[in-house]
Design a protein around this ligand. Structure first.
Ligand code: ZN
Length: 181
């Protein structure tokens, strides 16, 4: 039973990448779920708990129309996300690749590691929230640059110079000037 497409997709993806996330948002819970007895969708969740070794979530629901209770299970499925590279080849999405690129860009910068990790989390969240099964590496690169720009100018320019393949020092300086202005 799917409560919320967005929440469910998010659950699947987070699970797929070694973490668990169950939408606890009360507004999401209970929406779209019809009562199996009277077919009205005026139901709400009275209890949620992990089931099936944390691979599912079991919810007790109450129908506000007929007062009956029923149970739904949300199964966590694995949907791998694919990254389309510049040469059009496909690769499975891998957080560690983003981490490696960001870490290289932040090398010897005065940035707390927690702040960098938090930024990577925000990058990943933005990627997942696109809800695409396939995502171009360009899109990922732009999201990374966007976040790096807010964090540290030098790290941003380092990343951009590799990513955008600056051909000469002038392009590099132009980019630098743009962000220092
Ligand atoms: Zn009912």
């Amino acid at each position: 039973m799917i409560d919320s497409i967005r929440g469910f997709r998010y659950t699947q993806i987070m699970k797929n990448h070694g973490r668990e996330y169950f939408p606890a948002d009360k507004e999401k819970e209970g929406s779209f779920v019809k009562c199996p007895f009277c077919n009205k969708d005026n139901t709400h969740v009275v209890d949620s708990r992990p089931a099936d070794d944390n691979c599912a979530i079991r919810r007790r629901r109450l129908c506000d129309d007929c007062g009956r209770r029923f149970t739904t299970y949300e199964k966590v499925e694995t949907i791998p996300m694919t990254v389309i590279k510049k040469d059009q080849t496909r690769q499975e999405y891998d957080r560690s690749k983003i981490e490696a690129g960001v870490m290289r860009a932040c090398y010897k910068r005065p940035l707390p590691i927690d702040e960098i990790r938090e930024m990577i989390d925000r990058i990943e969240l933005e990627i997942f929230n696109l809800e695409e099964k396939e995502i171009s590496s360009n899109v990922i690169g732009e999201i990374v640059m966007d976040k790096l720009k807010e964090l540290d100018a030098v790290a941003y320019v380092r990343f951009a110079s590799v990513y955008r393949e600056f051909r000469d020092i002038n392009t590099f300086m132009d980019e630098l000037k743009k962000i220092l202005e």
